[in-house]
Ligand binder design. Sequence first.
Ligand code: PGA
Length: 249
Amino acid sequence: MSRVPLIVANWKMHKSVKEARSFINALIPLVATSKKRIFIAPSYLSIAASVEAAGNTSIIIGAQNIHDQIEGAFTGEVSARMVKDCGAQFCIIGHSERREYFQESNLLINRKLKRALKEHLIPILCIGETLQEREGGLVEVTLGTQLKECLMALKEEEIRQIVIAYEPVWAIGSGKTATKEEAQDVHAFIRNYIQDSIGKRIANDLPILYGGSVKPENISNLMAEPDIDGALVGGASLDVISFSQIVNF
Ligand code: PGA
C-alpha cells in the first residue's frame, strides 16, 4: 500500500440502505477535487447499494468485519467472499468494539487478516490500548503484543498490502482525542516495530491511520505529523458535511 492520505468512514451500526445511498450521492460532488483516498465501511446490508452509488468515482466501499472461515455452518455470519461479491474492496479487522463486545482475540484477528488477504480485500488492522494500559505505562507492551500476534506468520508481501489503524480505546466515541504528540509517538513506535521485525522498505510504505474522535477541528493537526497517514472516523463520518470537511481539510 502507498502512503497517499487515506480517510476511512466507519459507520458502525448506523444508516439504512436508503440513507447510505443518499449520503454517497451527496458526498460525491463535495469531494470531487480531493486527492485523498476515501474509503467507506457501511453495514453489510448497504455494501452493494453503496458500491452502486459510488459508481466510478474514487470512493471505495468496504466491510466493517468478516468471518475467518471461507464458508460453512456459521449461522448469522458473513464471509469475506460474500462482501467481495457485493463489491467491497477492503475490510476493517479487529476494531476495539469487536474485541470488547464480541470477544475477538489477536489469534482470531490473525486468521481474519489471512482470510481477507486470500480474498484480495485490503485489511485495515485496528490496534490500540485501553486507558488502564496507558496509565499503567503499558502502551508499547500492549501494541507490541497485538502486532506480534495479529501479524503472526504473515509473509512480507502480505504485510505490504495491509493498513494499520491506531485507535486508542479511550479516545473512541469519547470526544477525547489523543494529542498529536501522543498519536505521533505511537505511530512512530508502530513503524519502528515493523521496521525491526519485517524490514525498512515495508515500514516506510506502511499506511498508519489514527482513529478516535477525529473531527474537522483536529484532522489537520493530526495529519501534519510525519507518521500519521490518514484517519479512521466513526461519529464524524455519519454527517456528510463533517466527513467531507475531514476529507478536504
Ligand atoms: P469515533 O470512532 O471517531 O467515533 O471515535 C472511531 C472508530 O471507532 O473507528
